[in-house]
Design a binder for this molecule. Structure first.
Ligand SMILES: Nc1ncnc2c1ncn2[C@@H]1O[C@H](COP(=O)(O)OP(=O)(O)OP(=O)(O)O)[C@@H](O)[C@H]1O
Ligand SMILES: [Mg+2]
Length: 415
């Protein structure tokens, strides 16, 4: 097996698939050296629904990725996609000691604690704290106050959290599967963003929509930082379910209809004839269109509502980037553009990531690839010994801005 220190691992606990990606880094290049995908079990609407059934498929996916990469997987950064994920704007203030030594790591820890105490309840685990701005003695627009002197230190930040049981269940499943060490837990939409959006897009304002099997999650970035993340408990599997119900078809047949004939331009066309297990079925275009459109409307109207609630309705200059298996539906980008009134494109894995197996560099792998990238920067951050522990979550303060991490490098590369 290869030298452990050079590798990073991302694991995406999808409702349809568990995906494991192993990456290695050389200079500014990241290459995917191993990956695996297995049918998932024990995940409902993005959350672990029982502690036993995910273990075997997870072990299988890990072993397959180990075999392909030649790397022994002992830890990973993992995705979370439960509806309990929330981002909350917080503010906090601490008074500094008058010893002339300037703001220390300890002061920043106290400040975070003060900011989180008010608005983040104890039954939630903090996954990330993203500082928007610091103020020293009333002067704002400070991005990194370390070493600066003053007496009153304030922070405005975004705290990403999820209900404790959701987070603990992920940890427990990983622990029971080969004692897998969890380096970081990251919402799937944020992980996908790491893999498909550039620093410039983050700066200008962009939304990433991960249209998965049972969930649709959304992450909004502006001024370089995450502004909002949310998970809607509906996904492309609901389109399949509706087709099965309304067309009186089995789920397998309905899935085939969706994959081959769903087209989000909803144009007229000939009836569809499908051979399935020796029988022939005929469906009208109109029926297929109506079912698909009704469900997409429900999902993307909810996306629109949530964007509007945080003030980003039609206000993202870089528009929307679609990822997830559901985004492979024909002409979905055109549909979402009309629905949300913004530019929409199908995501592409950033060119910094390469692989000798190009089939992995696809939008349904965006979450797992982003988690692998997070794992890499997590380790580099840790090695630079600026890592800090949060309330049970182990999030890393200022990782994106402060560390020598890959994410900061990517931002520079694409500016
Ligand atoms: N070519 C395609 N056209 C249309 N839909 C597709 C296509 N390929 C996959 N899908 C749909 O994508 C969905 C699975 O997406 P994905 O693999 O991103 O889900 P997941 O990550 O396992 O689930 P989740 O993120 O919701 O937990 C399924 O509903 C599947 O039918
Ligand atoms: Mg997913």
């Amino acid at each position: 097996m290869e030298d452990k220190a050079r590798y990073a691992v991302g694991i995406d606990f999808g409702s349809n698939k568990f995906r494991v990606v192993v990456g290695s880094r050389s200079g500014d290049e990241i290459s995917v050296v191993g990956y695996a995908e297995v049918d998932s079990e024990g995940v409902r609407r993005g959350a672990i629904s029982d502690l036993h059934s995910p273990i075997d498929p997870l072990i299988e996916a890990i072993h397959n990725a180990e075999n392909m990469s030649g790397y022994n997987i002992s830890g990973a950064s993992v995705g979370l996609n439960s509806v309990s994920i929330a981002s909350t704007n917080v503010e906090g203030m601490v008074l500094m000691q008058d010893d002339g030594r300037g703001v220390s790591e300890a002061d920043l820890s106290r400040l975070e604690e003060a900011a989180m105490k008010v608005k983040v309840p104890n039954n939630r685990d903090i996954l990330d704290l993203i500082p928007f701005e610091y103020k020293l003695d009333g002067q704002g627009n400070i991005r990194d106050p370390l070493g600066m002197t003053g007496s009153r230190l304030e922070i405005r930040a975004n705290v990403v959290s999820a209900l404790l049981p959701d987070v603990n269940n992920i940890r427990q499943v990983c622990d029971q599967a080969d004692n897998l060490e969890v380096h970081a837990i990251m919402p799937a939409a944020m992980a996908s963003a790491e893999a498909v959006i550039t620093g410039r897009q983050r700066e200008n304002g962009v939304g990433v929509i991960n249209f998965g099997g049972n969930t649709t999650s959304l992450a909004v970035y502006d001024e370089g930082e995450l502004q909002f993340v949310t998970v809607i408990p509906m996904g492309s599997n609901d389109v399949t379910r509706d087709l099965a119900t309304i067309l009186a078809a089995t789920p397998e047949l309905a899935e085939e209809v969706k994959l081959r004939y769903a087209d989000c331009q909803f144009g007229e066309g000939k009836d569809v004839t499908i051979k399935h297990r020796n029988d022939e079925y005929v469906f009208t275009r109109k029926d297929i269109n109506e079912v698909v459109e009704a469900r997409l409307d429900e999902i993307f109207e909810e996306v629109h509502k949530r964007l509007k609630a945080v003030g980003y309705d039609r206000r993202l200059p870089e528009g929307i980037v679609l990822v997830g298996g559901g985004a492979k539906m024909k002409n979905l980008d055109l549909y979402v553009r009309t629905k949300l009134g913004m530019a929409v494109r199908i995501g592409e894995i950033l060119p910094i990531v390469s692989s000798s197996a190009p089939e992995v560099l696809k939008i349904d792998y965006a979450t797992a690839i982003g988690l692998m990238m997070r794992d890499m920067s997590e380790r580099e951050f840790h090695e630079s010994s600026r890592g800090k522990r949060g309330r049970g979550g182990g999030f890393k303060l200022k990782m994106r801005k402060g560390g020598p991490g890959i994410l900061a490098k990517i931002s520079k590369l694409f500016h």
